[in-house]
Unconditional design. Structure first.
Length: 310
């Protein structure tokens, strides 16, 4: 129950950040399209800083085992969920924004503050493992889907700054190389912008939308149900059946981090990508807002379900 309360408090903070973005546009200080600049800063600067900084921890054999467990669980979920969403997309005739909003969680913005508040800063690294795995899918499948590119440009994928940061973080960890303290602190400071910046972008986009249309759009509620209820239930079933929880003494806590990453609202990165690649960013933002609002109820319930079943 304590975890559920902490979740509600953290999500409430995110809503206040969204409100800030909404206000600065409504008061005329900025325009909605100005958020595109912030989106690019988040995608190409802030997220890489978060990843590299997360891997700046001491190397131990025990930590490697824990990382491998989280990595296996993350990849397993991403692959099976991708197949499930692809199938649902064919049957339900989902467009690019809907399918990616259902599949990609807001782990990039939420997992660091959530894990820090709930379990402690020392557990953030494991949340970043899921985030790193999702980034690989996001900048391959996600980018290709949203940009509607017919062919995969592997050079752009491999040399994308986010992919490079994942590789750099892993290499630094396994080679036991620690960055100078001033560099590490700088990365940490920039990385701490991820939640506020992403939520402010969402608020700025909402300011130019008809809120009544958002709350009267039945399709948005349906997409939110798939993102917040169906995906978490499928994920919990996968984790339960896999038996991964029994591999490590802290298996339940490690997999809880993975599960927390999965049950978050739709990824605000989808909104940012839609802005950058010319897709429907306002619709993506509407889904992001609705799932964030409803997650105040669904996330605590899903955590209770996890604790009961696992």
């Amino acid at each position: 129950m304590e975890i559920s309360i902490l979740l509600m408090e953290q999500i409430a903070e995110l809503f206040l950040m969204i409100l800030m973005g909404y206000i600065i546009v409504k008061t005329g200080l900025l325009k909605g399209e100005d958020s595109k600049v912030i989106s690019k800063i988040v995608l190409y600067l802030v997220i890489p800083c978060v990843i590299i900084n997360a891997f700046q921890v001491d190397y131990t054999s025990e930590k490697v085992k824990e990382l491998l467990l989280v990595f296996v669980a993350s990849v397993l979920l991403q692959v099976i969920l991708l197949a499930a969403v692809w199938g649902a997309g064919k049957v339900l005739k989902l467009n690019e924004v809907e399918a990616t909003s259902i599949y990609y969680s807001n782990s990039g913005n939420l997992i660091v503050p959530l894990v820090t508040f709930i379990l402690g800063k020392e557990w953030v690294l494991y949340g970043c493992v899921f985030m790193s795995v999702q980034l690989v899918f996001l900048w391959t499948h996600g980018k290709n889907t949203i940009s509607r590119e017919g062919k995969w440009d592997w050079k752009k994928i491999v040399f994308n700054v986010n992919m490079i940061s994942v590789f750099a973080g892993v290499v630094l960890f396994f080679t036991k190389i620690r960055l100078p303290e001033i560099v590490d602190q700088s990365l940490s400071s920039v990385g701490s912008m991820i939640g506020p910046a992403s939520m402010i972008v969402t608020g700025m986009l909402i300011a130019e939308m008809n809120l009544r249309n958002i709350f009267e759009n039945v399709k948005v509620y349906f997409i939110s149900f798939l993102r917040l209820v169906v995906i978490p239930v499928i994920s919990l079933a996968i984790l339960k059946i896999s038996g991964l929880v029994n591999i490590h003494p802290d298996g339940k806590k490690l997999l809880l981090i993975v599960f927390l990453a999965v049950i978050t609202p739709s990824a605000s990165t989808i909104t940012q990508m839609c802005q950058v690649y010319g897709n429907d960013s306002k619709y993506a933002s509407a889904i992001n807002v609705m799932t964030t609002l409803l997650s105040i109820i669904t996330m605590p319930l899903m955590v209770l379900l996890y604790q009961t079943m696992m």
